[in-house]
Design a protein around this ligand. Sequence first.
Ligand code: GRF
Length: 223
Amino acid sequence: MSTTEPARKRVAILISGRGSNMASLIEAARAPDYPAGIVVVISNRPDAAGLARAAEAGIATEVVDHRSHPDRPPFEQDLDRALVRHGVELVCLAGFMRVFTPAFVERWAGRMLNIHPSLLPLFRGTRTHAQALEAGLMLHGCTVHYVIPELDAGPIVAQAAVPVRPEDSEDTLAARVLAEEHSLYPFALALVARGDASLSGSRVVFSVNVRHAAGALANPVPA
Ligand code: GRF
């Protein structure tokens, strides 16, 4: 890195499972001009498949097992210590299945992102694909947002929409959304790491470098 280039933001990814979003972030961060570097992957579950994937990619891994802590504050204290030890500046939740206390969220306010498999504010929580099908939605998708104490309710950084097809099952719809997640999360993290997206109160504001979509989407497609 030359002295004129801004330093890459030091990012931790928090996972609980397979880590496919984690893998897409790690892959994106391999590019020399990507504005963030993944310095550690932390799992609350020792058996998370994503840990092996991260280690194979040469990323430091840690386990902070929630089950070996009596309740949330000591668990979060250990997690926080690990983040500080790695000099982490931004935290990306990627399939991390623990809900934080407001105190932990406040500590990382404006520095913690999450990806959620719905077009928020629709379908917070779990079973998002089943709910989209039950509601008869024609468009579904995913959202990257800043984390606030209220679950899946933080300021939105980026969203991607996919069509819902009549023949969709929960699995086919989930797969279509997941494919979008894998490009949306690296894109959204880059916006935040470069300072092209930032928090302004309860909204995200964008720099002049960011292009937004023009026109409208429709599904089904009009003849
Ligand atoms: C993704 O669908 C993500 O949106 C949600 O949990 C799932 C994690 O999948 N928060 P993976 O572990 O990244 O493959």
